[in-house]
Design a protein around this ligand. Structure first.
Ligand SMILES: Nc1ncnc2c1ncn2[C@@H]1O[C@H](COP(=O)(O)OP(=O)(O)OP(=O)(O)O)[C@@H](O)[C@H]1O
Ligand SMILES: [Mg+2]
Length: 156
């Protein structure tokens, strides 16, 4: 499923809509080159969740944590890790096993140390902004719900 996102605010809006359907525990990989809009999408989601403070890119901190709306959101950016084993050192398993929504940018750099994601969002540059390709991998074919987007419902 491909979705066109024509501006930064549309990327945020998509994140907002995603918040409506994500279960309290799930793992989302955000793929896409530098500047593709991964952090922007997470910012939109956190805004929808009611987070009013800054949403910093976790490029240097590796992970940013948010306790909002009685849920936990962890936002990882693995761009700067030198070796996937660093994930063991930060206790990645503790994060993933918690009741938490985990977003991971540059998950490919953590290969071998991360489980299969529930959702993969792939962003790429396009002449009209960005294109988002979305695939879900929900367990037991249980659907995550209908994501409302521009008068359409996308079954995830
Ligand atoms: N749909 C869009 N159309 C045009 N610009 C966009 C769109 N979505 C996001 N942007 C812009 O893209 C830029 C980079 O966004 P962002 O920091 O979210 O990228 P990123 O994928 O997280 O990059 P990195 O891999 O460096 O962390 C921002 O300036 C943002 O405003
Ligand atoms: Mg980013």
């Amino acid at each position: 499923m491909n979705i066109e996102l024509h501006s930064e605010s549309e990327t945020e809006l998509f994140g907002r809509q995603l918040w409506q359907i994500l279960p309290p525990k799930c793992l989302v990989f955000l793929r896409g080159e530098l500047g593709a809009g991964k952090t922007t999408l997470v910012r939109g989601l956190l805004r929808a969740a009611g987070h009013t403070g800054a949403v910093k890119s976790p490029t240097y901190t590796l992970v940013e944590e948010y306790d909002i709306a009685e849920r936990k959101v962890f936002h990882f950016d693995l761009y700067r890790i030198a070796d996937p084993e660093e994930l063991e050192l930060i206790g990645i398993r503790d994060y993933l096993e918690q009741q938490s929504i985990c977003f991971i940018e540059w998950a490919e750099l953590g290969k071998g140390f991360l489980p299969e994601p529930d959702i993969v969002l792939n962003l790429s540059h396009s002449p009209n902004g960005r294109v988002l390709n979305l695939s879900s991998n929900s367990k037991n074919n249980e659907s995550l719900g209908n994501l409302h987007w521009k008068n359409k419902d996308i079954l995830l």
